[in-house]
Design a protein around this ligand. Structure first.
Ligand code: HEC
Length: 172
């Protein structure tokens, strides 16, 4: 069993106080309030991965040299670009066996209508904190989508390994 999942827990914190990796985690540790995504928490989660420069993160590794934008399963639209936080990729590629991903890791999934669409029509973010995974889905205008979405996220991602689909927990 993975740790319990909470919704975005960044709410009620000034975003500027939470930018940056270790600082972000320090902030979250003092903010146990579970919240829905109707408020600024989804935006704050996106801002947190933008502060970590997620467009520079790597896609899921494959044996083939595929382009970053790949045809998707359909859950996130026809085409996706998945970005894996360096510590998530590092844990996947590391030699240690793991039964859960380390705190602080994150992933972003950008949804595109086509192979060459210039901008994503949806952005999904997940980030693991000491309270479990936080989830966010925003449209092209950075508007958070409905608060029911986290149950959808959790329900489907529960089929992944500690909620992640794109990489597997290493067996050591
Ligand atoms: C019906 C299943 C399903 C639902 C619902 C779903 N996802 Fe996903 N998600 C996937 C699959 C499958 C992938 C792998 C990429 C692909 O093939 O689309 C993925 C990939 C991702 C990734 C990249 C990391 C990873 O796990 O591979 C993120 C981030 C993500 N989803 C966030 C979300 C968020 C946030 C929600 C809720 C708003 C959500 N997902 C809802 C199936 C789902």
């Amino acid at each position: 069993m993975g740790p319990s999942t909470t919704y975005a827990v960044l709410v009620r914190l000034p975003v500027s106080a939470c930018l940056g990796g270790a600082l972000l985690l320090g902030c979250l540790a003092e903010s146990p309030d579970p919240v829905s995504l109707e408020d600024d928490s989804a935006v704050a989660l996106l801002v947190s991965v933008e502060a970590d420069d997620y467009p520079q993160w790597e896609p899921p590794p494959t044996s083939a040299d595929l382009p970053h934008r790949r045809e998707a399963s359909g859950a996130h639209g026809p085409w996706v670009e998945v970005y894996l936080h360096p510590a998530l990729l590092g844990a996947f590629l590391g030699e240690d066996a793991l039964d859960a991903w380390p705190e602080g890791v994150a992933a972003v999934c950008e949804s595109y209508e086509s192979e060459d669409a210039p901008d994503p029509f949806l952005i999904q973010v997940m980030r693991k904190t000491d309270a479990g995974w936080s989830w966010a889905q925003l449209d092209a205008n950075r508007e958070p989508l409905t608060p029911e979405r986290p149950d959808d996220c959790i329900g489907c991602h529960g089929g992944g390994e500690d909620f992640v689909f794109s990489v597997f927990l290493p067996n050591g």
